[in-house]
Design a protein. Sequence first.
Length: 323
Amino acid sequence: MAPTEVARIADTIRARQKFVLSSHARPDGDAIGSQLAMAYALRALGKDVRVVNRDAAPPPLMAFAGVPDIEIAAKVEGEFDVAIIMECGDLDRTGVTGLERGLVINIDHHPGNTGYGQINWFDPTAAACGEMVFDLIVGLGVPLTPEIATHIYVAIITDTGSFHFSSISPRTFDICRILLEAGVDPVRVARSVFDSGTMARLKLFGALLSGMQIDATGRIAVLYLDHEMADAAGGTYEDTDGLINEPLTVKEIQAVIMFKHVAGDEYRVSMRSKGAIDVNAVAKTFGGGGHKNAAGCTAIGRIEALRQLFVERVSGTSGWTGS
Ligand code: 5GP
Ligand code: MN
């Protein structure tokens, strides 16, 4: 908890009326959950609130209150007093221009957050930005409705990889206990978030896992996806959300590198790891970022060379010692 920042942000919120909430492009569960929990809390205080994102929420999250109403835009129009940016390390990563026309409040847990706000609250020990939003909503004195509690729970369950990642703390469970008491139905959330995919998604999983490569040590899995594979399965890249975690269910696999072909020589690279293996350090060397156990970047090159380079870089991180 960070009482000073919570109090300062709460005072600023009480003194203003019109809010725009945004988060990173290609929003994940933590981005959407944090934004919507905050939106409902601000509306409970009688504030005018818009939620504006560059990209639509992942389809499974559309089942949750308010998510289909999020404005999708590359530019925020109209007048507002404050832009609250949550779960976003850099203002550019919103993909939304015009946010800086308001007072910018930056609430985030990504290592490397650039401190782009007039008010910055940065806590890399939070397992999800949703944990920070929880503190702020409590600090604002807004009662936890089932909608607010559910959105914070979605943020936490998605950003911890269903309680798999090392950022989880006793506070994570304290918060989740309170959220359940406030009306979260954890079965409904898990079914909606994890068990509402498409047949194309399952077929794509099959195709990607069939093509999976394992490095010489047997500890790093490499996945590859291109548009031809997606078309053949009748799906899209979005259908592969979460697939990157599958190889980690194998005991020996300690890290996963997934390449998604963009166009030409350009690839989106996603990485996941177990324990002390720091894939964020690897992503940073390519101008990307994220967290120790979940990070991403863009890379340019021939796929065979990139495969080798990323396997070398991931093998070279210090976290392997003793694992
Ligand atoms: P994913 O692999 O799911 O796209 O991203 C995993 C984590 O890394 C997320 O926390 C995401 O925000 C972060 N991330 C992914 N790509 C980038 C990037 O290009 N730059 C930065 N700074 N972070 C990224
Ligand atoms: Mn997050």
